[in-house]
Design a protein around this ligand. Structure first.
Ligand SMILES: [Zn+2]
Ligand SMILES: [Zn+2]
Length: 235
């Protein structure tokens, strides 16, 4: 991790010392994770250039997975620094189902650090909307919580009002990729036009990619030329 310390960090650390969410040891670099737990996070180092699917071969140059070659998704590129397993899975799970909000800040800072180094900055960040029934039962949208930190770190605007999810997809995890795509058809609508050319869709986890594909397709249909996907982890 890069050691970036300014006086704000120093005062914050003094008042509220960062503590590793995973093991309780002092945090490193103003983050709520220690150096040792950070080193053990499952990094997604070899993945498809387009959808970030984890490839089981070492690659030297950017490559596309078989699925992106045969059925290119609507989005252009995916940035997913981690694999959805081990402590990353734990951090995301506790955020979503245990309302551990400080996990959102940590995940947001880790994602921001990753995209800052390699991604072309979009004009705005669009967190994947939740259906209102899901939002009501959970009380928050984990993607928005993560996106707030990322937007703040990168000084980019957040869009929370242009798109809505008007169909809930409650049993997504139990469906095959093909059925997921079908189940998601027309799940999102744009209710306010966006006057931009480049958007980053942000989500916590990308599993098959069908959710972000659907949202990206809607954005492209509405004239947005470049749609990237930023997710904390790829399953
Ligand atoms: Zn730790
Ligand atoms: Zn791919």
């Amino acid at each position: 991790m890069k050691m970036v310390y300014n006086w704000i960090n120093i005062i914050q650390d003094y008042l509220l010392p960062p503590t590793c969410i995973l093991c309780g040891n002092p945090g490193c670099n103003s983050l709520d994770i220690c150096a040792s737990c950070y080193d053990q996070l499952p990094k997604n180092n070899q993945s498809c250039f387009c959808c970030a699917e984890i490839l089981d071969i070492a690659i030297a140059t950017p490559m596309l997975c078989g699925r992106c070659l045969s059925h290119p998704p609507a989005f252009d590129q995916t940035y997913a620094p981690f694999i959805h397993q081990g402590s990353i899975r734990h951090l995301i799970g506790n955020l979503k189902f245990g309302s551990c909000y400080k996990n959102a800040r940590l995940l947001g800072l880790l994602l921001a650090e990753h995209v800052k180094q390699i991604a072309e900055p979009p004009e705005l960040i669009l967190p994947v909307p939740l259906h209102k029934a899901r939002y009501r039962s959970r009380g928050f949208n984990q993607s928005i919580e993560i996106a707030r930190t990322v937007a703040n770190e990168l000084n980019l605007p957040l869009d929370l009002h242009s798109c809505i999810r008007h169909r809930d997809t409650p049993h997504q995890t139990q469906l095959s990729a093909q059925k997921r795509r079908k189940n998601l058809n027309h799940a999102f609508s744009m209710i306010k036009p966006l006057q931009v050319h480049h958007v980053a869709i942000l989500d916590d986890v990308m599993t098959t990619g069908s959710t972000v594909h659907e949202l990206a397709a809607l954005l492209k249909k509405n004239g947005i030329a470049q749609v990237d996907v930023w997710v904390c982890a790829r399953a």
